[in-house]
Design a protein around this ligand. Structure first.
Ligand SMILES: CC1(C)CO[C@@H](CC(=O)O)CN1
Length: 428
């Protein structure tokens, strides 16, 4: 009691049906962090962090209205917390008019790495381009220098492929063909077959992935001569889901056959379970507390809510805000200034808040939290392979140290690594 409040605004995608409703698990995770940072006597002494938030439904227009409501109503907010990519591209571009740092726990769009458009934007959620150095590293491990790409025509995948093309060129890896489709992948997959593609990177949302997989089966673009790279954040049994409802004319067994052996890449969002983090919790401890919080919110099976996977990113986002505010208050005190002087036109304090956020470095429940100069989360990735219908961890990759941890668990049909092209044997 009696402490002054440090106010921040929050925008969470909770309801709605478009995009990602990750606020369902991320808002409860953020509240756990609010409780924890406010119970730390060494953080924000004399103050309490206060989060005023509302639901964006992952709709940019509504997200903008929520932001205006937060900014045009007292008290002054020191920073904004954002959710999905579509909302953050709106909020992130507008925030500079109020000199506000925006920190997102749930946006993967590569477009958000543009410091010209988003000068004060940071994210604890890595960009979708985080997969690309990992894909290249695995290709190099198996000497694959001739690959193909197939993607859904969505902004996030278009900009991810552009980044992948640049990296392939730098690595001397030839892209024999790049196929894209809007909703029906039939022609795109058939063209892959025609071009004799063997090592193929596929970028699409999970419902499109099921359609691609069925086409893979029908074109026999699977088995010992092919390697597919899919995205790793689909739900585990994603290819056994409602095949009838999406009028896929492949049986469960055919989908399993086509899926056997494919590899996936994804960003690590949960730290190794046994490591103590800045809050004193391990990621395992956090999981238990999150599950309890979700049960209290009425989610009977705690992994039910959207955003469960990303919850550590929201928890660590609040810690990032608290640490940045703490550092800013110390630096202002040293020149006899106070954070209470902050207004939406005070560029000096805004610059201090930006510098503090930019320098963030701590071990959170989502792993090491640090930002690139573009405000992007620097994250580890993990590589898995579908073996006998189940995902097996093959290894981890840390792009910062170019360190690939490999468990040698991969399995190839016939025990031979697939080739990236047809080998023509000269008749002696
Ligand atoms: C890994 C995923 C599902 C990618 O999309 C993010 C949502 C978004 O980018 O809008 C949430 N996390």
């Amino acid at each position: 009691g009696g402490e002054l409040l440090l106010n921040i605004g929050g925008i969470f995608p909770i309801h709605g049906s478009d995009g990602w409703q990750g606020g369902q698990a991320c808002q409860p995770a953020a509240m756990l962090a609010m409780h924890d940072v406010n119970n730390r006597p060494d953080l924000l002494p004399g103050y309490k962090l206060n989060l005023a938030w509302n639901d964006s439904l992952c709709e940019p227009g509504l997200g903008a209205a929520v932001m205006y409501d937060l900014l045009y109503n007292p008290p002054t907010k020191l920073m904004l917390l954002g959710g999905c990519s579509t909302v953050c591209t709106t909020i992130g571009e507008a925030a500079k008019m109020w000199n506000l740092v925006v920190l997102s726990y749930g946006s993967s769009s590569p477009a958000l790495s543009d410091r010209q458009r988003f000068p004060t934007f940071f994210r604890t959620h890595p960009s979708a381009t985080v997969h690309n150095p990992t894909r290249i590293r695995v290709m190099q491990k198996y000497n694959w220098s001739r690959v193909a790409i197939i993607q859904q025509a969505e902004e996030v995948f278009i900009s991810t492929v552009e980044d992948l093309e640049v990296r392939c060129k730098d690595a001397g890896i030839e892209i024999v063909t790049r196929q894209s489709f809007l909703t029906d992948p039939t022609d795109a997959v058939r063209n892959l077959k025609r071009q004799d593609a063997r090592i193929i990177v596929g970028l699409f949302y999970v419902n499109a992935a099921r359609r691609v997989l069925c086409e893979i089966y029908k074109n026999t673009l699977y088995g010992k001569s092919y390697v597919w790279f899919f995205i790793g954040w689909y739900e585990d049994n994603w290819f056994e889901n409602p095949l009838q409802e999406e009028n896929l004319n492949c049986t469960r067994e055919e989908m399993r056959q086509a899926a056997e052996g494919h590899m996936t890449t994804e960003a690590l969002m949960w730290n190794k379970d046994n490591e103590k983090t800045i809050s004193g919790m391990t990621a395992g401890d956090f999981r238990l507390r999150l599950n309890q919080a979700l049960i209290e919110k009425g989610y009977e099976n705690q992994s039910n809510p959207v955003g469960y996977q990303e919850a550590p990113l929201a928890y660590d986002a609040i810690w990032s805000v608290a640490l940045a505010l703490n550092k800013t208050m110390e630096r202002l005190a040293a020149v006899n200034k106070s954070i209470e002087e902050f207004t939406y036109t005070n560029k000096e304090i805004a610059a201090e808040l930006y510098k503090a956020m930019n320098a963030t470095q701590f071990l959170g429940v989502s792993g090491r939290v640090a930002f690139s100069t573009d405000g992007d989360r620097i994250a580890w990735t993990q590589i898995e392979q579908m073996i006998d219908g189940r995902y097996h961890k093959l290894g981890y990759f840390d792009v910062q140290t170019d360190n690939l941890t490999w468990f040698n668990r991969e399995q190839w049909i016939g025990g031979k690594v697939p080739q990236d092209r047809t080998i023509v044997r000269r008749q002696l």
